[in-house]
Design a protein around this ligand. Structure first.
Ligand code: G1P
Length: 294
């Protein structure tokens, strides 16, 4: 079955990027002149997913506004003859074909946020993309995963797939960590998944990077997991699903991943994407020459 829908949980409070996130949703923080969430949406669209389900919360409406058609702005730019800018704005406003907005009224964790999408997703497989992780890859990360998923789903019923990458041991406790049995180059059948373990308790250094393709059976498991420290963890539902015999695979994706959820990671993301623009790359080079004599 084709994956047509993607869930984007963007309800989180963004406390790691305070104080700016008091007034700007972290998903709208700019990487050059585009918000981080737009890079994730581009990945979904370039992978062939055209229905995007946003899980939002109070104060996050600006994310939806960004993708809405602003007729006043369009006519203002037209009147002033700012054709280039008008085209840029139109490109953003016409990017998403079907947009569904679901409210998560209480912040009860990622597992709870995904469960909010049950009605909108229905009974078909779907993708989840977390806005903190940007993956620069060709083909896009989700597209790579969809290919792997299609071939797995011919052999395994109700299969799910999660993207992972090796991370340094000092950063283990930022992620969901998996282990399992290697079945192919880049593919592991998951046996265990632990949310943010201490390095000495981690079963491996393979971290979940915020890209998932789920069979809708995940919703049944999300309803059964307990709340821990006020939150329902997605990883608990995945573990329960595995324990009860569902096959879940981890895919080591190709590409460079950036974690925008912390200061250093966010800074690196900006530098990386800036360097993809020759003019900005020149600016950075001459800045570094002057500032650091390199
Ligand atoms: C979430 C998931 C975690 C995953 C991470 C990827 O954590 O719970 O399993 O490894 O995203 O970014 P968060 O970063 O929301 O705390």
């Amino acid at each position: 079955m084709k994956v047509r829908k993607a869930v984007l949980p963007v309800a989180g409070l963004g406390t790691r990027m305070l104080p700016i996130t008091k007034v700007v949703p972290k998903e709208l923080l700019p990487v050059i002149e585009r918000p981080t969430v737009e890079y994730v949406i581009d990945e979904a669209i370039q992978s062939g997913v055209n229905t995007l389900i946003f899980i939002i919360s109070q104060g996050k409406g600006k994310i939806i506004d960004y993708f809405d058609i602003d007729l006043n702005l369009r006519s203002f730019l037209k009147e002033r003859g700012k054709t280039d800018l008008l085209e840029k704005v139109k490109e953003v406003e016409e990017k998403i074909k079907y947009l569904i907005e679901v409210r998560q009224k209480v912040p009860e964790g990622l597992g709870h946020a995904i469960l909010m999408a049950e009605e909108a997703v229905g009974k078909e497989p779907f993708a989840v993309l977390l806005g903190d992780d940007l993956v620069d890859a060709d083909p896009p990360c989700l597209k790579q995963m969809l290919e792997v998923y299609q071939s797995l789903s011919l052999k395994v019923s109700r299969v799910s797939l999660i993207a992972v990458e090796e991370v340094s041991w000092e950063h283990i406790s930022r992620y969901g960590i998996i282990d399992g049995e290697k079945v192919e180059e880049n593919l592991i059948r998951i046996k265990n998944v632990v949310e943010k373990p201490a390095p000495e308790e981690a079963p491996s250094n393979l971290a979940i990077i915020g890209r998932y393709i789920f069979d809708p059976v995940i919703f049944d498991y999300l309803k059964r997991i307990p709340k821990v420290n006020g939150e329902y963890q997605l990883t608990d539902a995945i573990q329960l699903m595995v324990d009860e015999g569902h096959e879940v695979y981890a895919y080591l994706s190709k590409g460079i991943r950036f974690d925008t959820g912390n200061r250093e990671g966010f800074f690196k993301t900006i530098l990386h994407y800036a360097c993809k623009d020759p003019k900005l790359e020149d600016v950075l080079k001459s800045f570094c020459q002057k500032r650091f004599q390199i």
